[in-house]
Design a protein around this ligand. Sequence first.
Ligand code: HEC
Length: 157
Amino acid sequence: MRTGSIVAIATLTLLTAACGKSEKAAPVASAPAPTEAEKQALLASFPAPYNTADVANGQAKFALCQSCHTITPGGANMTGPNLHGVFGKMSASNPDFKYSDALKAAGWVWDADKLNQWLEKPQTFLPGTKMSFAGLNDAKDRVDLIAWLMVETGHKP
Ligand code: HEC
């Protein structure tokens, strides 16, 4: 486990060095954007296997989602709802988005494991959903993407 965390932190450090964008524009919402150090601490606090995820790969996999979803605070709803703060929230609870009846009736709270099941094949996991996304087959890709999303959408463990 320790080795895993060190690898994760090393990956993050590399990432930070590579993109050097710790100074981002202030988001619309009141809370200041987390620093890179805060993001690293957050990642390390996740339960396994998310704490050792390859967040750089997770970020790359978000390319599959971003035609339909924003993740920034106060970001627009597009084909899919804005996902900021989605972890720990009730499904279908974005007041400005028109969800399918299926997701409105689902009544679960989004956590890492729920999202993991959802992303494998949304239409099988929840028949009737209007999220037309074929699914992410690779289990490691899902873990990496979810860990990155938890960090970037302001998950509070
Ligand atoms: C083609 C557009 C599209 C793509 C691509 C897509 N989504 Fe969605 N997503 C939607 C729609 C539409 C909904 C609403 C589903 C419903 O109401 O049944 C949704 C719902 C969701 C929800 C539930 C939000 C809530 O408020 O309950 C999550 C979480 C989510 N998507 C994550 C993802 C992730 C992560 C990816 C990338 C792997 C992704 N989506 C790819 C369109 C998309």
